[in-house]
Design a binder for this molecule. Structure first.
Ligand SMILES: C[S@@+](CC[C@H](N)C(=O)[O-])C[C@H]1O[C@@H](n2cnc3c(N)ncnc32)[C@H](O)[C@@H]1O
Length: 270
């Protein structure tokens, strides 16, 4: 099925398509603990908002991949528009078959990409990310998962409705809870450094004045870029209205989902 809602958001140039949006991205960047000269990979980069933030602040080399052509085009446009400290590159590719050598990246991250894969897809993506990381490398993920009491029947029903209405889901087809995800990450070879509820991490980050100052610095180019993109045609406005109606019908689904910031490392003896 086509992820038509994602294509609609990409068409509007929307960035930070994940829980707690830019605030969560700052928490993720902080957890990545980036150093000058590192090789970084974003799997499922969307319209490139996070890549732009990373690239503006740290002299790393950052690659982004996304399977959707419209996401790649929008990310390309966003990254073309400014001068960055980092080198950036984009590839149309899937996290299920990463087109990069093994042990190449110091850091890999995802934001709302791993969590909505099915069991097989999640296991493959975790193995692919593990393979692409250098020993001692970090994988940081902001992902939405089902709350522990959600039954398989509830998860499957919501998943099916979301696929019909949006062409994507908010969380996995199976009712995987935190324990299931941690087990899958460990089976792929990762050491779980931390797995914290995103709301708690973001509350702490926002209290950090350092991060707030950085946020201000970034805001201007981002807002200007969005202003150029937000030109509404009647067709776009109609689609936006339709999706708003559907999102209203799905509001209760959000009560069954929670987001986690996972910080995983690859052991150095690999
Ligand atoms: C909810 S959006 C999040 C985009 C971006 N990470 C962000 O936070 O703004 C999910 C993204 O994952 C991408 N995606 C879906 N399946 C993928 C896969 N197998 N490998 C890599 N990216 C994938 C989608 O095309 C989309 O851009």
């Amino acid at each position: 099925m086509r992820p038509h809602y994602l294509e609609h958001l990409a068409d509007l140039g929307v960035a930070y398509l994940h829980p707690l949006e830019r605030a969560a991205t700052w928490a993720l960047i902080s957890a990545l603990d980036l150093r000058t000269g590192q090789h970084v990979l974003e799997v499922g980069c969307g319209t490139g908002g996070t890549m732009a933030l990373v690239a503006a602040h740290t002299a790393v080399s950052i690659d982004g991949i996304d399977p959707l052509p419209i996401m790649c085009r929008q990310a390309q446009q966003r990254l073309r528009g400014a001068t960055y400290k980092a080198q950036t590159a984009l590839y149309q590719a899937s996290g299920l078959a990463l087109p990069f050598p093994a042990r190449f990246y110091d850091r890999v991250y995802t934001e709302s990409v791993l969590g909505f894969q099915n069991v097989t897809g999640a296991e493959i993506m975790l193995r692919q990310i593990y393979r692409s990381l250098k020993p001692n490398g970090l994988y940081v993920a902001n992902e939405a998962i089902w709350k522990p009491y959600v039954t398989s029947a509830q998860a499957a029903a919501i998943y099916a409705r979301c696929m019909t209405d949006f062409g994507i889901s908010q969380a996995s087809e199976q009712a995987w809870s935190l324990q299931d995800w941690l087990a899958a990450m460990q089976t792929a070879g990762f050491h779980v450094k931390t797995a914290r509820r995103l709301e708690d991490v973001v509350a702490k980050s926002e209290a950090d004045t350092n991060i707030r100052a950085k946020q201000g610095l970034f805001a201007a180019p981002e807002v200007n870029w969005l202003r150029r993109r937000l030109h509404f045609t009647p067709r776009r406005a109609w689609r936006r209205w339709q999706y708003r109606q559907r999102l209203r019908q799905h509001r209760a689904d959000g009560q069954l989902i929670e987001s986690y910031l996972f910080v995983l490392s690859k052991p150095d003896d690999y």
